[in-house]
Design a protein around this ligand. Structure first.
Ligand SMILES: [Zn+2]
Length: 130
């Protein structure tokens, strides 16, 4: 049995395609330069529709985290770490930390993206200590 996976939409499809190739992409506004995730049809700062996908370093810092000890569904193996990772490019994403002892995780910890293939369509960008 597999964990529930994200649904690919026309807006998120380029993100998931890049993850399959081992590239983490964020959206950049051509008008104001704002970098963001999750993606949208327009810049969430200046509302310009001129947003493009751009690869990022895959490096970041743990901004916040929670250790889950009781899974919402039996398919999730506990404990696991849910985190908000602030990318070096400035924006943040919601993810899981892997290869990390829950007792060792700290806010400010340096992490690096690690892709895990879940299905033909979805490769998830998890993060591990760098
Ligand atoms: Zn903008």
């Amino acid at each position: 049995m597999m964990i529930p996976l994200p649904a690919v939409t026309p807006i998120t499809a380029p993100f998931w395609e890049a993850c399959k190739r081992g590239v983490l992409q964020i959206q950049r506004c051509l008008n104001c330069g704002h970098k963001t995730l999750p993606p949208d049809v327009a810049c969430n700062r200046c509302l310009s529709p001129g947003v493009v996908w751009t690869p990022c370093s895959g490096l970041g810092t743990v901004k916040s985290f929670s250790i889950v000890h009781r899974a919402s569904q039996p398919v999730f193996k506990v404990p696991y770490i849910v985190a908000i990772v602030q990318l070096d490019e400035g924006c943040a994403l919601f993810t899981n930390l892997i290869h990390c002892d829950p007792d060792q995780v700290k806010i400010g910890m340096k992490v690096k993206v690690e892709f895990v293939s879940m299905s033909a369509e979805i490769t998830l960008p998890y993060f591990a200590p760098d």
